[in-house]
Design a protein around this ligand. Structure first.
Ligand code: OTU
Length: 646
């Protein structure tokens, strides 16, 4: 380490004057340079060590280092003033996102309202929902037809012309910021589309760009890798490689055949993507969602997921952001084993992460009506390092995979394989008595694996209840929807609503008639904006009205409860297998949450309320009524309470 740090100091001494000179020649002011230099000096030991570890053995390492620093200085020079102000604010308040006011939403611009220009008209709606964070699904140039919902990116700088322009996006970022909403965009950095300029140059035979990807002349290497690879989209294409007749090469394509994996062993790729990242940062993006993080480094003989170098690359991007766009945060999208999910979360890597474990296990609990796996898993897997937060969600644009630790399952008497089979059967409606209407996604005939598609409302039983026309079943389905939301709103972290869910949007089966979507069942839960339902949101006699009004009331209530800020959460005993119990505490405020996951009334003993409740005389913030801890408490079907001192 000492030797590396000596190298780091020596390199910086050599590089700084050259970068300073380039900065001045480009018209940079001395004051601006000082800010940059200060941050650079602070992060340099870490950044250098990471890059040296990744690329130090390459003969042209120093050249890449210099080019990277020049690009960073350039990017700082171009960073708009309002973002520099935001940088200073966020550096002074690094925990800003732990606030009880943080509330996320996610949508597809094209499916929600068509264009960026029209999206501005919905800012009042986002504010009504209480959003402070808005994730716009991939909106940059992508191939026509199937482009994996925009996750095949052809340019990281040009907005898809169907949706708008890059200038409009920058304006929108500013306008959202003024409305108190942080813009979140994807950084799809594991792969580009096969129409990206780099891929086109590779196709045209440019060796520099062929080295951006993984190209093989024959099956030798692909076969060797595939011995240990997992198939991600097995119904679309078997294996992880695609034959390109035009190039006479196999290309590494973890996802679809038109999504080419980037080769991060090549420092030019790292540098090129760092530049794209800084471009996005300067548009006004507050949070970058790092797509498919597990896959970015390949190692023969492994499953090529979650390799140590993948962490180093993200940490190096993080260090670059701290220097050149300090306000920028990273959100990890790792939908893998819970241990691996956690491995990406730290202030030096991704400050935010999706919480797929909570998501999957909430659905698991809804199906089984038993909280044991959820409570056991959360009790030792919820805590994050300080300065980090979960993004707690119920549905996203993706499928639900049954991610939980097999030993956690065994510890509570569940056979993990059989349980996953049950959950798939339950949520695709094949299990007798199931309330759910979902579709299988990527059923793998070889392994028996599958995942589930469907909207929140359809999976929670609303679609089936409406088809049956039974008002009681409809009522129960709405209760399930609200119960699930109540957990992500109270458990700690940033709640994230998939827009449409706030008005109970059902599955849309129309995707099957579009050839570009037909073989991807995830489109069933990516419906268009339902303006009719949104117009009913204030009418309590309608279903959208019932869901929306309860949800917004909870969101509003949350903003007044400091106990619900950050992520400190303790699972406690409920002595009732249908009831999840946890305590939230910040400073002197304490809230006991109890949630009944069954359609029958459940009772909680008074002594438990006395043990964990914040007093003898309690007050339920949900029903707005006193609760005495001297007697047992009965929870109605799917009822939840947030108990504070009376
Ligand atoms: C992500 O998902 C996106 O969310 C998907 O919409 C994309 O199709 C995909 O990347 C490719 O860009 O396998 O089923 O752990 O699970 O990144 C979804 C990571 C996926 C993967 C996840 C991936």
């Amino acid at each position: 380490w000492e030797r590396i740090q000596r190298e780091a100091a020596r390199s910086l001494t050599r590089l700084l004057p050259r970068v300073a000179q380039a900065f001045a020649e480009a018209g940079g002011a001395a004051g601006e340079w000082n800010v940059f230099e200060q941050r650079l000096r602070r992060e340099w030991p870490r950044l250098f060590e990471l890059l040296f570890g990744l690329y130090g053995t390459q003969y042209d390492f120093f050249y890449h280092l210099e080019q990277l620093l020049l690009a960073m200085a350039q990017s700082w020079l171009k960073r708009p003033d309002w973002l520099k102000q935001r940088d200073a604010l966020r550096e002074a308040d690094t925990e800003w996102f732990q606030s009880e006011r943080m509330m996320g939403g996610v949508l597809y611009v094209d499916r929600f309202c068509g264009t960026l220009a029209r999206l501005r008209e919905f800012i009042p709606y986002f504010r009504e929902l209480g959003l402070t964070y808005l994730h716009l699904m991939p909106l940059f140039e992508a191939p026509e037809g199937n482009n994996d919902g925009g996750y095949a990116v052809s340019s990281y700088r040009r907005v898809n012309p169907h949706i708008g322009t890059t200038a409009e996006l920058a304006d929108l970022a500013r306008e959202l910021d003024t409305a108190g909403i942080s813009l979140v965009l994807d950084f799809v950095f594991n792969h580009t589309s096969d129409e990206h300029e780099w891929a086109r140059r590779a196709q045209a035979g440019d060796p520099d760009y062929q080295e951006f990807y993984f190209l093989f002349p024959d099956r030798t290497m692909p076969d060797a890798y595939e011995r240990t690879l997992r198939e991600i989209f097995p119904t679309v294409r078997r294996g992880s490689f695609t034959w390109r007749p035009d190039m006479q090469r196999w290309v590494w394509t973890t996802f679809n055949s038109f999504q080419w994996d980037l080769n991060y062993a090549n420092p030019a790729v790292f540098r090129a993507m760092a530049a794209e990242m800084l471009f996005l940062a300067n548009l006004g993006v507050a949070v970058l969602r790092l797509d498919a993080v597990p896959f970015i480094w390949k190692r023969m003989g492994t499953n090529c997921e979650n390799q140590p170098e993948a962490h180093r690359i993200i940490q190096a991007f993080n260090a670059i952001a701290r220097i050149t766009a300090p306000a920028l945060l990273f959100k990890s999208e790792a939908i893998v084993h819970p241990d691996d999910v956690l491995s990406y979360v730290s202030p030096q890597e991704c400050q935010l992460s999706y919480n797929p474990l909570l998501m999957a296990l909430l659905w698991e609990t809804l199906a089984t009506r038993e909280v044991k796996l959820l409570a056991h898993s959360l009790s030792h897997r919820f805590r994050l390092p300080p300065g980090c937060a979960w993004i707690n969600y119920l549905r996203s644009h993706d499928d639900i995979g049954w991610t939980f630790d097999d030993n956690d399952a065994r510890a509570v008497g569940i056979d993990p394989w059989g349980h996953r089979q049950f959950l798939n059967a339950f949520y695709t409606g094949r299990f007798p008595g199931s309330f759910a209407r979902g579709l299988p996604f990527q059923e793998n005939p070889d392994t028996g694996d599958a995942r589930v598609s469907g909207t929140l409302a359809s999976l929670a039983g609303l679609e089936q209840a409406l088809a049956g026309g039974d008002p009681q079943a409809i009522d129960i389905a709405i209760r399930r929807i609200i119960l699930l939301h109540s957990i992500v709103l109270s458990i700690g972290g940033i709640p994230l609503i998939y827009l449409g869910d706030e008005v109970g949007t059902l599955n849309d089966y129309g995707y099957v008639s579009d050839p570009a979507k037909a073989d991807d069942s995830r489109w069933v839960h990516r419906p268009l904006r339902n303006q009719v339902a949104m117009d009913q949101r204030h009418d309590p006699t309608t279903i959208p009205g019932r869901i929306f009004s309860t949800l917004t009331r909870l969101i509003h209530l949350r903003t007044s409860l400091p106990a619900l800020r950050d992520g400190m959460m303790e699972v406690v005993r409920s002595d009732n297998r249908h009831v999840l119990a946890y305590v939230r505490q910040t400073g002197s405020q304490r809230v006991l949450v109890l949630a009944n996951f069954s359609e029958y009334p459940q009772s909680i003993a008074g002594n438990l309320l006395r043990m964990y409740g914040p007093g003898l005389e309690l007050f339920d913030l949900i029903q707005e009524q006193p609760v005495s801890a001297t007697t047992a408490l009965t929870l109605q079907p799917y009822q939840f309470v947030w108990l504070t001192p009376s």
